[in-house]
Design a protein around this ligand. Sequence first.
Ligand code: NAD
Length: 246
Amino acid sequence: MDLSSKVALVTGSGRGIGRAIALKLAEVGATVVINDIGKDANSVAEEIRALNRQGLAILADVSSSSDVDRMVAEAVAAYGRIDILVNNAGITRDQLLLRMSEEDWDKVLTINLKSVFLCTKAVLRHMIKQRWGRIINISSIVGVVGNTGQANYAAAKAGIIGFTRTMAKEVGSRSITVNALAPGFIDTGMTQQLAEKQKEELQKRIAVGYLGTPRDVAEAVAFLASEEARYITGQVLGVDGGMLGV
Ligand SMILES: NC(=O)c1ccc[n+]([C@@H]2O[C@H](COP(=O)([O-])OP(=O)(O)OC[C@H]3O[C@@H](n4cnc5c(N)ncnc54)[C@H](O)[C@@H]3O)[C@@H](O)[C@H]2O)c1
């Protein structure tokens, strides 16, 4: 796998899965734009430069169209192109539906789903001009099977799957592929919020017997971003240690 002539933009890559994706893409040669709302993005950019790759941190809220337009303009001004977009930024605001506030519904749908629309739209113009692109959207197993207490999150993640399949049809003829990953339970800040007992229960449902690492997700992203994956589009790839149907 060689992404050395490619420029990648990874949203929410200041920590967790996004950070691992940014580092993996850099390892296989890509120039990487690290987006986050937090300053962690700067240290990931430094890690990437320490690998002798180009890395640029851009602080922006991916749920704001003006921030997204600025982010994409800054990335294109710096590197002239964006070849790979990884829509990774996401949050949870868990609550059983009857206790879920309208604000928590809107926040999760806006940050997890509207952001995918905004970032894809802003980057797509450049990919269409280049007649090459890779868009990889981070959904979740929860968007496929649902999860108690996560109606907002599951709806957003299922929405990403419908969006992915539609975009694959709209831009396939331009050599742009659009795929989604559906990670299972990955050991990050997001899952560290779970109670020990909940984690033990979950572990029993994972065929391989352990939580995944951000790196496990990053490996799948790097493959889907490569030239070798050109005939794979509109797919939802589970990265879940064998949870579906377990
Ligand atoms: N951890 C898991 O088990 C798991 C499983 C399936 C899917 N996912 C998905 O993977 C993605 C990454 O999750 P993670 O576990 O690394 O979470 P995380 O909370 O560790 O990291 C998410 C990052 O997104 C950033 N972010 C949040 N809102 C943003 C915004 N408006 N604009 C820009 N950046 C923003 C955060 O600052 C943070 O750095 C999310 O989309 C999540 O839903 C995670």
